[in-house]
Design a protein around this ligand. Structure first.
Ligand SMILES: *[C@@H]1O[C@H](CO)[C@@H](O)[C@H](O)[C@H]1NC(C)=O
Ligand SMILES: *[C@@H]1O[C@H](CO)[C@@H](O)[C@H](O)[C@H]1NC(C)=O
Ligand SMILES: *[C@@H]1O[C@H](CO)[C@@H](O)[C@H](O)[C@H]1NC(C)=O
Ligand SMILES: *[C@@H]1O[C@H](CO)[C@@H](O)[C@H](O)[C@H]1NC(C)=O
Ligand SMILES: *[C@@H]1O[C@H](CO)[C@@H](O)[C@H](O)[C@H]1NC(C)=O
Ligand SMILES: *[C@@H]1O[C@H](CO)[C@@H](O)[C@H](O)[C@H]1NC(C)=O
Length: 666
């Protein structure tokens, strides 16, 4: 018993020691040598006489990259850049420390919300830090990091050494520095012309975004780089290293005042590409409002007063049309696949976009095109053109305008594809706004709103519209307009079948407003339809709305069929549904929208019912959202012999025609 306890406490002590990692008289060098995961750095350290003697004689903090980090690293490793000659444990690390490299360039420390600590772009691996006092009585700290630290260095071909330049000197001497092929001459000239040198010399720790010469191929673009635009490329008093910073976290740029407000944020795509974006929240005559994206060409270049990122094109400047933007972006950009889809289908869609004086595009991201459901459609050119047109709006529509349009409702907007409307829903405010758009059965999220062009906006979305990815049941379940039909189908067990992917359904779904109208017409009947006791009855009514066949019927199919035979007969579970569908033109005016409209009208049982949203495609069928349920007189006879009041449901033919005409003339 006693032995066990002693054994335990010894183990606990050992554990405690290794946890605290504090041991007087021990040597950091021994710790390093003994850890096989750190051997690569150790061998470099040993060979460097300055580092070696620092370790023996001085107080210091050493940032030690793991062997794994070395596997990902190319080029020379600068050992002294990993050492600072004062001991800082994690709590003591200040915002920047001077490295021991020639010229003492600083290392920048970022402590983020998760409690992670970064040295430049490298993360300190928690719980592996070691703190001790060596034989000479010097306090020393070792932090293990997941990336080799890369200082800014001079090209080996240069005649002079450039040590620890600030952002201005960096720009001036960029041609002599190890930063790859990019040239920065155009932007540098604009900075000099605008006399903005002091912005780049300011002491402290700032983020500088510098567009490379490639970004100025459009001849007039450089002349648009004025003092304000240059301010918009600097984030004062914040260093953004890409691994260390929160994505999509807008920071105020140096251009943030009463009359011009520009924020800048950084984000990374799933494919690994990184971007900065400017958002001009308040613009002026020379600086239009909206978002501009620029891919990062070279990230995380440390300088004396902060960090530099080279970007593909200038931010804030909006000087291309939507078409030019797509073309410019086409090689490698965020919308490459959208552009390819247009070109693979003859490119005519691009001409159409080009011909519009005002245009808004919902552009699916490259990832969106990866969905397997799209493969089935890619070769169907007619379908593809319809789908592409579904993403184009003949209007200049940014989120602010959509918000005004919808004011707590879902905004309905026509597209270039006749009969397809987009429905927008904006939830939340400002940077936290969550914007969804529904089109052709697909509910997509806007991942990047308001990318501004001279003639409109591009919103990047996460799904291709019009390409179904959910069953009829999945759609009913999630669509805010169909919730009543969904509920009724749930309690009457009608819905179960709608997830069956072996079937092809054509479902005429009364929208919530439609059921509400029956409530106005006959409150008691409406109530019964939604009561469990009458589930059998409700189920029978829903059955009438659902055609089950070996194919789906789109609205244009039904129009064509109606032109051939007067009445189209569609098979349903019990018997059949007889309807006629016509295309009618008019003016739509309701709680969602007011615009010219070419719509479909169903005639059923002498009643005319508008099709509110045709062709909502699902993986196992198609939904047509209709304005009123297919209810007839005998439906009013519910158990107990009570009638839905005759006056309401039994609308005479004359009545209906009048209603329809009134609606169109509205
Ligand atoms: C590094 O320092 C140790 C003692 O601190 C010494 O034994 C060794 O020779 C030194 N190595 C070099 C390469 O200077
Ligand atoms: C659209 O533009 C193309 C050339 O870009 C032109 O050939 C075509 O006639 C235009 N179409 C319309 C409808 O304006
Ligand atoms: C698309 O899928 C391919 C292979 O499935 C993958 O290599 C590629 O990274 C994906 N692209 C995007 C943008 O997700
Ligand atoms: C779309 O509708 C307009 C107006 O009703 C018509 O002129 C045009 O031909 C239609 N386009 C297609 C492709 O059906
Ligand atoms: C998309 O789906 C979500 C979740 O179901 C819903 O809140 C949102 O309103 C839908 N958007 C549109 C435009 O229908
Ligand atoms: C419908 O089927 C899908 C898979 O095909 C499944 O993930 C989903 O949970 C089903 N939904 C219901 C309500 O059963």
């Amino acid at each position: 018993m006693f032995l066990t306890c002693r054994g335990l406490s010894a183990a606990a002590l050992l554990l405690l020691l290794s946890c605290l990692s504090y041991a007087a008289g021990a040597e950091l060098a021994d710790k390093l040598r003994d850890d096989s995961e750190l051997s690569q750095f150790y061998s470099l350290l040993e060979q460097n006489p300055v580092a070696n003697s620092t370790l023996a004689l001085r107080s210091c903090t050493i940032f030690v990259p793991t062997n794994e980090a070395f596997q990902r690293h190319t080029g020379t490793t600068h050992v002294l850049y990993h050492i600072t000659t004062a001991a800082f444990n994690k709590d003591q690390l200040p915002n920047s420390v001077s490295s021991d490299m020639e010229g003492n360039p600083p290392l920048f420390i970022t402590k983020n919300r998760n409690g992670d600590i970064f040295v430049n772009n490298a993360r300190i691996i928690p719980s592996l830090s070691v703190e001790l006092t060596n034989r000479e009585g010097k306090r020393q700290v070792m932090h293990i990091i997941d990336e080799v630290l890369d200082p800014l260095t001079t090209l080996s071909t240069a005649q002079v050494q450039i040590t620890n330049p600030d952002a201005l000197e960096f720009m001036q001497k960029a041609d002599l520095l190890n930063i790859g092929e990019s040239r920065l001459r155009t932007y540098r000239n604009q900075v000099l012309m605008a006399k903005k040198e002091s912005l780049f010399q300011a002491a402290g720790a700032h983020t500088f975004l510098i567009p490379i010469d490639d970004g100025f191929k459009v001849a007039t673009r450089s002349s648009l780089v004025d003092a304000k635009v240059i301010d918009g490329h600097v984030i004062p008093n914040t260093v953004i290293f890409t691994a260390a910073s929160r994505h999509d976290d807008p920071k105020t740029s140096a251009a943030f005042e009463d009359l011009l407000k520009v924020t800048v944020s950084f984000f990374k795509q799933k494919d690994g590409k990184m971007y900065f974006k400017s958002n001009t929240l308040v613009g002026d005559a020379k600086h239009a409002e909206g978002v501009v994206l620029a891919e990062i060409v070279k990230a995380n270049i440390p300088v004396k007063n902060g960090v530099v990122h080279l970007i593909q094109r200038p931010l804030m400047i909006i000087d291309s049309t939507v078409t030019q933007f797509l073309q410019e972006d086409s090689k490698n950009g965020a919308l490459r696949k959208f552009y390819e889809a247009i070109m693979d289908n003859g490119g005519a869609v691009l001409d159409d976009i080009n011909n519009l004086s005002e245009v808004t595009i919902l552009a699916p991201s490259n990832e969106a095109w990866n969905a397997t459901s799209i493969n089935n459609i890619l070769r169907d050119r007619k379908k593809m053109i319809e789908i592409l047109n579904m993403h184009i709006i003949k209007d200049r529509l940014n989120v602010e305008k959509i918000r005004q349009k919808n004011a707590n409702l879902i905004a309905q907007v026509p597209t270039l594809n006749n009969h397809t409307f987009l429905y927008f829903n904006v939830q939340g405010e400002g940077a936290d706004a969550h914007i969804t758009v529904e089109g052709g059965g697909v509910n997509a999220t806007v991942v990047q709103p308001d990318v501004a062009q001279t003639n409109g906006f591009v919103h990047i979305i996460d799904r291709v519209l019009g390409v179904p990815h959910t069953t009829v049941l999945g759609k009913l379940e999630s669509d805010p307009m169909m919730s009543d039909t969904y509920k009724m189908g749930q309690f009457s067990n009608f819905n179960d079948q709608l997830n069956n992917t072996q079937r092809r359904f054509t479902y005429f779904v009364p929208r919530d407003k439609g059921w509400q109208k029956t409530e106005l017409d006959s409150p008691s009947a409406h109530k019964k339809l939604f009561m469990r006791d009458f589930a059998y009855h409700s189920k029978a009514i829903l059955e009438r709305h659902l055609a089950i066949a070996d194919r789906v019927f789109t609205m244009s199919d039904l129009v064509k069929m109606s032109q051939q035979t007067d009445n189209v007969v569609l098979p349903t579970f019990r018997d059949s549904l007889q309807i006629r569908v016509d295309e009618e033109a008019g003016h739509l005016h309701d709680e969602y929208a007011s615009h010219e409209w070419t719509g479909y009208v169903i005639t059923w049982n002498y009643k005319k019912i508008n099709v509110y949203r045709p062709d909502v495609e699902c993986t196992n069928g198609i939904i047509h959202v209709i304005d009123y349920p297919l209810l007839e007189e005998k439906d009013v006879v519910v158990s107990g012999g009570s009638y839905l009041t005759e006056s309401s449901i039994c609308i005479t033919l004359a009545n209906l025609i009048m209603i329809t005409v009134a609606k169109f003339l509205n």
